[in-house]
Design a binder for this molecule. Sequence first.
Ligand code: XMP
Length: 524
Amino acid sequence: TILVLDFGSQTSHLILRRLRNLGVYCEMLACTTKLKDLPFKPKGIILSGGPSSVYDSVAPHVDPEIFDLGLPILGICYGCQELAWRIDPTNVARGEVREYGHTELKVHNSGDSKIDRLFEGIGSEMDVYMSHFDKLKKLPTDFCIIATSANSEFAGIAHKEKPIFGVQFHPELEHTPRGSEILHNFAINICGANPAWKMENFRAKEIARIRALVGPNDQVLGGVSGGVDSSVAAAVMKEAIGDRFHAILIDNGVMRLNECEQVKETLGEHLGINLTVVNGGELFLSRLKGVTDPEKKRKIIGKTFIDLFQEEAIRIEKEAEAKPDVGPVKYLLQGTLYPDVIESVSYKGPAATIKTHHNVGGLPDTLNLRLIEPLREMFKDEVRAFGRELGIHHDVLMRHPFPGPGLAIRILGEVTPERVELSRRADHIFISEIRAAGIYDDISQAYVAISQDRAVGVQGDARVYGFIAILRAVVTSDFMSATPYEFDWKLIKKISTRILNEVDGITRVTYDMTSKPPGTIEME
Ligand code: XMP
């Protein structure tokens, strides 16, 4: 294992990604983690970048004992400055200019292979990405220069005797095209990490971890939605503890056409998960009656979800008490992914639990259940690979995200049973046509919203007054920004015609051309 100590950089998690792509197992912990608290023995340590200045009185610092282990250490950006600052605080200061973006790095060959091995195979020059204001002002004692750039005299440094290295640039970014080679040199050649990490190892390790944690009798509860994360998390729990895992699907009345049936089929029948479907449709719709404000709609749905989930948890708990052969319900399964916990491992320390609680939406506080998060070390594409390992169908794994409040935030204004029906049927046509055209995986998210306003149309010879279907399809890599998908004109015309012909009550079809920003992906 390579240990990454995180100083809170936006890109720290990419270090893990690159290392795992190399087959190297790694874990990230807060930079302030004490050596004595380490849950494993690392082969080497990487100090990440971070937004602070090392000389600031409130700046985060590593446990100085990590330097006494004799382990290889690589400092990246802030991590490099931390190495230098430890040796002498006057080694680091604010630069005259901020160095930001691509720069040409000159690699220095010292002739000593122990010193040169970080850049082994790179040659004399390399394109790198820099993002820093502070810089090394002096070469730390016992170090030598291994790379320079126009603005950084000490863009790469190495200890003359010990396996300690620092780089000012970011090898983890794609903008540093050969950055993976630097991480390969460090992790595999210098630390001697074994590049044998694979998804199968993760499966066995995670199942063993869950079994040890949950014990032979305890039970686990978890909400499922049919989305990728909750489905994969449920599948791994089923494999680990069988029917002591209870999956709960709450039908909130604003799910897509046939969605509950699909979840029953894929999770219940196909994977054999102990699944309970709670029919909350009427309750949700009655509480939403007359409500038009989007935030109020979200809050009502969130609260109703918790109410029903809690009722179910209490019921299962009572049943468990009556059964002599099973123990109490002690854990709540959560499909939290790595990007959700990034904040939690940053140097802010206590943020760990705050963020996790935030994701749970308040459930554990009221239920007194401990969290179990089998996917917390994974990125989305890894979750999909894991799901494939566990036998989950491709269509489930590649599904577009669907928001918790469901169609309710796509039915603009008041959610009425009539417009839920319009939304479901139009959405079904849109998504089916996208699938049939083979472009589902090219689009990040697609749906149909239903307007609050109505428009006149003519059907047969009669004047009709119906609602407007607004088609939305976006392309995005991170859902923070997005652009509208460029449809083939014939296809979008066909979709429009089908919706107008097949869904009574819709008299217009429009396509939403708004990017994010300034728009958002959802309409409400
Ligand atoms: P926006 O509309 O903010 O959406 O651009 C970004 C992504 O988040 C999803 N989204 C939600 N997911 N509960 C969820 O679980 C919500 O309340 C919610 N609101 C938006 C949205 O579908 C998109 O993928």
